[in-house]
Design a protein around this ligand. Structure first.
Ligand code: ADP
Length: 324
């Protein structure tokens, strides 16, 4: 965060706490003065009473009752007012913090995205130049071409994610649902990832003919993002498992990995926009923090749910559930 921004934030926080304390202090002060006035009034009335009055006792209790009733009224009003102020204050505080976190994440996103866009372009250019200038052996040529394709695919997924996120945010996206074969979408994705990552083990158990009503392109994005993450956050020598099943009119898509896993306190946050575990300097996997945010939005727009659990002995299992 820039110095200007953090200074501005410090001033705003200070003003916020000052105003809140001032309001609470004024409220307490208001209560004390009213109560004091109340007591004075009843003392005054009591002094007015005559000891030889036959109704002395009756009048005495009446004055006392009135004093107590007023105290109760002040406490009741004061507590309600204080509660309203505190609820409002908590609400403003949380909203501001959320906004701030989003703005920091947005900045991280801009840094990440510049890097994410430039790297595949630079690699692609370099590979093409090498192919153009040198006479390479067939195997070397193939290696360079598949490497270039991998980078182009990464760029493609990234562009899809960014475009879709901005369309969803602008409310410009209308779902056009059709019935399609989800098993085929998963199989195509698996074939694509296997050709991009020939050295990785991707196990699968995909039920055939699982039909789904929704937008095919979006479901493909969900499948691709979950697979991409599983491969990205799992050591190269460990397998990942992709499953699709339909039981009792429930469609379940699962991607399990044996990677680092996700701490319990991050399990919700990872679905937030731009959220990435750790910070820019400690992370080594590339990314933008958009993938899971999009997955969640797409799944919810299709009436489903997505969540993550621990895998045994390590890693995570991402599950997407739909009613068919
Ligand atoms: P990106 O991968 O571009 O950073 P995502 O929204 O796809 O963004 O994921 C958000 C964060 O969740 C990632 O930065 C990573 O820290 C964590 N994450 C996602 N998938 C996995 C996984 N399979 N294993 C461990 N961590 C994961």
């Amino acid at each position: 965060m820039s110095i200007m921004k953090s200074r501005k934030l410090a001033v705003i926080t200070l003003v916020y706490w000052f105003l809140l304390l001032y309001i609470v202090a004024a409220l307490v002060w208001w209560f004390i003065s009213l109560e004091k006035q109340n007591r004075q009034m009843s003392t005054y009335k009591l002094q007015e009473l005559k000891l030889d009055d036959v109704l002395f006792e009756q009048k005495f209790y009446k004055i006392e009752d009135e004093r107590k009733r007023k105290t109760g009224q002040y406490i009741g009003e004061g507590v309600t007012f204080l509660a309203l102020i505190l609820i409002g204050a908590v609400f403003v505080y949380r909203a501001t913090r959320r906004q701030l976190r989003l703005s920091i994440q947005q900045q991280n996103f801009m840094m990440a995205i510049t890097h994410e866009l430039k790297t595949p372009i630079a690699i692609t250019l370099l590979n093409l130049e090498t192919l153009q200038k040198r006479k390479l052996e067939e195997s070397q040529q193939q290696k360079l071409i598949s490497n270039t394709m991998q980078e182009a695919n990464r760029l493609n997924l990234l562009c899809n994610n960014i475009l879709l996120a901005s369309q969803l945010d602008a409310g410009a996206y209308k779902l056009t649902k059709t019935e399609f074969n989800l098993s085929e979408v998963v199989d195509e994705s698996l074939a694509d990832f296997r050709s991009r990552f020939p050295n990785r083990t991707i196990d699968n158990s995909v039920a055939e003919q699982v039909y789904f009503v929704g937008e095919e392109l979006l479901l493909q994005i969900v499948v691709n993002n979950l697979l991409e993450n599983a491969l990205k956050y799992t050591p190269k020598d460990k397998p990942i498992l992709v499953e699709l099943s339909e039981v009792n009119r429930h469609i379940c898509f699962k991607v399990s990995d044996n990677g680092a896993g996700i701490p319990d306190n991050e399990k919700e946050k990872i679905f937030e926009k731009f959220y990435r575990i750790g910070n820019e300097s400690t992370r080594n996997a590339k990314g933008t923090g958009l993938g899971l945010y999009l997955c969640k939005r797409i799944v919810q727009d299709h009436g489903g749910e997505i969540f993550v659990k621990h895998n045994h002995p390590e890693g995570s299992i991402f599950t997407v559930l739909f009613k068919s």
